[in-house]
Write a protein that binds this ligand. Sequence first.
Ligand SMILES: Nc1ncnc2c1ncn2[C@@H]1O[C@H](COP(=O)(O)OP(=O)(O)OP(=O)(O)O)[C@@H](O)[C@H]1O
Ligand SMILES: [Mg+2]
Length: 314
Amino acid sequence: MQPLLELTGLTKRFGSILAVDRVGFAVARGEVVGFLGPNGAGKTTAMRMTAGFLPPDAGSARIAGFDIVDETRAAQARLGYLAEGAPSYGDMTPDALLGFVARVRGLDGATARRRRGEVVDRLSLARVLDQPIETLSKGFRRRVGLAAAILHDPEVLILDEPTDGLDPNQKHEVRTLLSEIAGGKAIVISTHILEEVDAVCTRAIVLAGGRIVADALPAELRQQAPNHNRVTVALDADHRDRLIAALRALPNIADIAEAHARDGRIRLTARPVRGAEILGAVRAAADSAEVPLDEITTEHGRLDDVFRRLTTAA
Ligand SMILES: Nc1ncnc2c1ncn2[C@@H]1O[C@H](COP(=O)(O)OP(=O)(O)OP(=O)(O)O)[C@@H](O)[C@H]1O
Ligand SMILES: [Mg+2]
């Protein structure tokens, strides 16, 4: 099946800065891609080119099969784009903006009313509909922008930091909205909030210095965390030597770190070889060495750690 969104070799240079360097990926219907990367990585530049707001120096973007440069109208008709920061048209009210967008998008009267009702409801805009956008709080301006981007129910959504500036409740609402509409669409969201990747994304693409440095499932990324599948146990210090000997005999343990707690107890942390699953083996080793464990915990690894490693090495 043809991907709904396809970027090929997208490249943009600003003077001496190579902002986007041969970025290419395809997004299928149903995928929600988290587009990650540190400040200045090139996310916004890549998204602007994809949405047809900035001509690429090289490469192309296709929306539902239509080239954004050669077939701009057909491509943009199938695309919703939320630009970074506040929407323009600050002197318009949300009500007027949504009416304007509905006309530009060519929605008929009944469809426009229905969709408008839906987005106003989903983004809780009812009470600010008649207030000029420039006088709204940052979070409300963001919501208005999002409402305008999804009004025509496009198949492809490119959202540049859609939850930036929203309060926790609205962040949750927007994530729920994206998850609910994701089934029939291809969605790319840039974000600095890594928990968002877990909450809504089926895939994560990490950009650094204009280049893609990772393209993986969130769970696969997490496996690259230094503490992925580390196991920590708490035990009476008297049993330390016995347990260490038993753990050393296991095949998948790279090293064992030790920390002393109060009350004559210690904690041992076993790090697996290549992120192997060792929880069961550690438990069994303690059992057969007859070492009672007060506590046993395992870690899955933090996306932050992986992100830092990927984006500071580049
Ligand atoms: N119009 C422009 N003129 C000159 N340089 C630009 C322009 N737009 C972006 N850049 C540069 O291109 C690089 C990529 O910027 P971009 O805004 O795409 O990064 P980003 O990943 O979106 O960062 P952030 O997380 O801060 O939003 C930066 O070095 C930026 O300064
Ligand atoms: Mg940006």
